[in-house]
Design a protein. Sequence first.
Length: 317
Amino acid sequence: MIDFRYLVVTIISIFLALTVGIMLGAGFVGDPLARDLENRIESVNAEVREQREQIDQLRAQNDALAEWAQAAEPWAIDGRLNGRDVVVFAVDGADGGVVDGSIGALEDAGATIVTQITLGAKFALESGPEADQLATIVESVEQEPSDVLMDAAGAMGEGAASLALDGGGPTESGEGSSQVAYSELLRLLEEEDFISVARNSDEGEVVPDDSSFVIAGGNATTQPFNVTAFIRRLSAGLTAGETDVVVTESSSSQWNMATAVREDAEINETVSTVDTGESALGHVALVLVLSEPPANPAGHFGTGDGTRPLPDLPPLD
């Protein structure tokens, strides 16, 4: 029979032996392990320092490119859109650089902004009466607010496109002028605070024959309504005018306007996009896209996947 005191002494001896073994082993193995760990940490730190240097270099290159683009912008766009009529659709709450900057670049290039239509936050259709109000204006029979919104975008896009195509002949019913009908649509939408309209001239046509279309928007904040879907539908409607349609968006935007167009196989070959719309580079890209013949295929410019910074620079006439 095993003596209890013997058992206790044996167990204690085993633990003492293990303790001594661990202490002795740490003396032989601990230093190499510590050195290996220190080497790994130093290697990671070196990689981090190298990446930081590369980031600093890229930032310096980007700043230099931005400065060059800003300096070259007047030369690159001067006179390239002389005599061109442009209708601008802007989203209320968008980055001022992409809206005001784009309009300034277009005017500096010689274009005339005949009409600017600003899309308001009321398109969020937060209540049933607002959706019913919009449905009445655009003559939509849809029940869901999201479908009414798409009908509104389609009506605005297709109405403008038909005017750009034929300059404002009779309406489909043959009653009255399509210019008058579209002006009335805009008046009703503005009267109910869905849009605001700025005209170059109260006497001129709201959308002259052969007008080009620019849709400008984007911001780092949440979109005021379903801007992504609205702009995609608006763009599709505008392409019926067989003229230039360009969506320009700020680089920090979370609205995905340009991405939505690029990913839509039905319109990405007829609607051009710019995703650096607030910058000088984006302004130049916008003007150069519009300066190309309408028959040219659409292009996508900026920093997103599948884009390039600028279109090919055409010669001045």
